[in-house]
Write a protein that binds this ligand. Structure first.
Ligand code: GLC
Ligand code: CA
Length: 557
């Protein structure tokens, strides 16, 4: 398998609004990031993926861009960006910027023009259609509730927005749009960026005729634009026109709804599309009928089946990315671990899994200190447009059950991971001296970076060790994957192998002691402990895993 820096890298995601406020206005900013680079250096990450920092009216916190070459005023200036990037590079940390080009802001000059008249030169930059039978052009539903179409009285037509009405979808069928995107990419590449994270990258290509979607509770229409008909052609063109000029750069596409077969095309070793994609299967398992706010309990074998499938099936042909949280997902320890009694153990266990799988691991800010979901009392405390719109539609307009929706929001809502980074135990967790744009999680007094840095048994230092080990053991990065006891409802057991070097991993996903049987052929061969989240005990010796225990062993065939 070809070696690349981005296969061996561990990437840290920063959501700038919530990371560090340097000037007391309650909003994280670029200078705040620069201040904290030594912290990231200490952790040992190789690159930062920075969520959008471009000019934006902030309908969706920067994922609605009005100037792709300008810096959001609240975040700072282009000089601040240059300094931040310089300081990252000085520390050997690469920078991956977010490219949000499925849609722009409705305040982008292209859209301001486009909506003016049907024959405006920018009309075809967006997707305009006549209404049907006095209503919207089709039945597609926006990710942020309601129809995906907005009526525009100026021209008596509707425009498509898969997200908010302030995020009109760009028309990728139009070559002029694609060339604009390539110019934007050149701009940031020439400024020194080391990669792009492509926002909703799987949604650029919509099926011709925009047919109605099959009825379901959530996301009606998705089958007509997720991994759409021309998507691979677009990425090959992007590669040819842009990425081939920068062979050291990487790309990661956000591809909700991607299958293994599709991923092999997007991220195949010889397909000239993207370096890797984010798959969504493990984070959508809980959805009922495609609806994010209607959830079910998932048993461990189902979760393992998804994780293992991606491990096995991309091996040797395409590259995985690995994540347990990001700015759209809740906190991993609250979702798959225990964010109370075994918070530290279970957070360590989860990242032992992530960091011993094939693919590029992404750590979302705060995961390295085991930050948890937040419990706000009132819907008013939430800022996320997805949460607010869902409440408006389901409770205010349709009279649904507020308790049920509130529970779903507390479990899966996006603000769970967007609460300000908890730096220390001073007011607002040391995030800001002003009023934070989103309330801090009350538990900052106990869970914060300063505390973690003082405690040698913290999640932070465990994560640091996992990163160091990964850098020193190619088997953790490139090794093949074999699973044992697939039906075990408590444990996840697997072995990685590269050229006779092996890494055997045992993980307890429960808060109870669990017996473990070591597979034939491994038991006697284990030569050294790789890592363990419990001290002074060898899980293989007494064959009992303590609550959320994780251990990994090196051995040679
Ligand atoms: C992606 C982003 C999310 C955003 C959406 C629309 O899913 O990660 O935060 O709301 O795209 O840009
Ligand atoms: Ca600020």
């Amino acid at each position: 398998m070809k070696r690349n820096w981005w296969k061996e890298a561990v990437i840290y995601q920063i959501y700038p609004r919530s990371f560090k406020d340097s000037n007391g206005d309650g909003i994280g900013d670029l200078r705040g990031i620069t201040e904290k680079l030594d912290y990231l250096k200490e952790l040992g990450v190789d690159a930062v993926w920075l969520s959008p920092f471009y000019k934006s009216p902030n309908d969706d916190n920067g994922y609605d861009i009005s100037d792709y070459r300008g810096i959001m005023e609240e975040f700072g200036t282009m000089e601040d960006f240059d300094e931040m990037q310089r300081e990252m590079h000085k520390r050997g940390i690469r920078l991956i910027v977010d490219l949000v080009v499925n849609h722009s802001s409705d305040e982008h000059p292209w859209f301001v023009e486009s909506r003016k008249s049907r024959n405006n030169p920018y009309r075809d930059y967006y997707i305009w259609r006549d209404g049907k039978e006095g209503g919207v052009p089709n039945n597609w539903i926006s990710h942020f509730s309601g129809s995906a179409w907005e009526y525009s009285p100026e021209t008596d037509q509707y425009y498509l927005h898969l997200f908010s009405r302030k995020q009109p979808d760009l028309n990728w069928e139009n070559p002029a749009v694609r060339n604009e995107v390539y110019d934007i990419m050149d701009f940031w590449a020439e400024k020194g960026a080391d990669g792009f994270r492509l926002d909703v990258a799987g949604m650029y290509s919509k099926r011709e005729g925009l047919p109605d979607g099959a009825p379901q509770k959530g996301m009606v229409g998705a089958e007509h634009y997720q991994n759409g008909p021309r998507i691979h052609e677009f990425f090959r063109e992007m590669h040819k026109n842009v990425m081939s000029k920068y062979p050291e750069m990487m790309t990661v596409g956000e591809t909700s709804g991607v299958t293994v077969e599709e991923a092999k095309k997007y991220a195949g070793f010889d397909t000239d599309e993207l370096s890797m994609v984010f798959q969504f299967e493990h984070v959508k398992l809980e959805y009922v009928d495609g609806d994010k706010f209607t959830l079910r309990k998932v048993k461990l074998p189902e979760f393992k089946a998804v994780m293992s499938k991606w491990q096995r099936e991309l091996d040797g042909t395409a590259w995985n990315s690995l994540y347990l949280a990001n700015h759209d997902q809740p906190r991993s320890v609250s979702r798959w671990g225990d964010d109370k009694k075994y918070r530290v153990e279970s957070a360590k266990m989860l990242y032992t899994m992530l960091m011993t799988m094939q693919g590029t691991p992404y750590i979302y800010q705060g995961e390295e200190i085991g930050m948890t979901n937040v419990i706000y009392d009132s819907i008013e405390d939430y800022q996320d447009i997805q949460i607010r719109n869902a409440w408006q539609e389901r409770i205010v307009e349709k009279g649904g059950d507020p308790e049920a929706l509130m529970n779903a929001i507390r479990y899966i809502g996006r603000d769970n991971s967007r609460t300000p980074m908890q730096w220390d135990d001073t007011v607002n967790g040391g995030f800001t001296e002003g009023t934070p744009w989103l309330k801090v999680n009350e538990n900052y007094k106990k869970i914060n970076a300063a505390q973690a840095l003082e405690d040698e048994n913290s999640i932070f230092y465990y994560m640091k060790e996992l990163i160091r080990l990964r850098h020193e053991n190619e088997v953790a990065v490139y090794g093949s994957f074999q699973e044992y006891e697939k039906e075990n409802e408590a444990l996840y057991l697997y072995n990685r192998e590269l050229d006779g070097k092996n890494l055997f991993v045992v993980l307890n996903f429960t808060g109870k002691e669990q017996p473990v049987a070591i597979p034939e052929g491994i038991k006697g061969a284990v030569s050294s402990l790789y890592i363990s989240n419990y001290k002074n005990k060898d899980a293989l010796e007494d064959r009992i895993l303590r609550p959320y225990e994780a251990a990994a062993y090196l051995w040679t065939k």
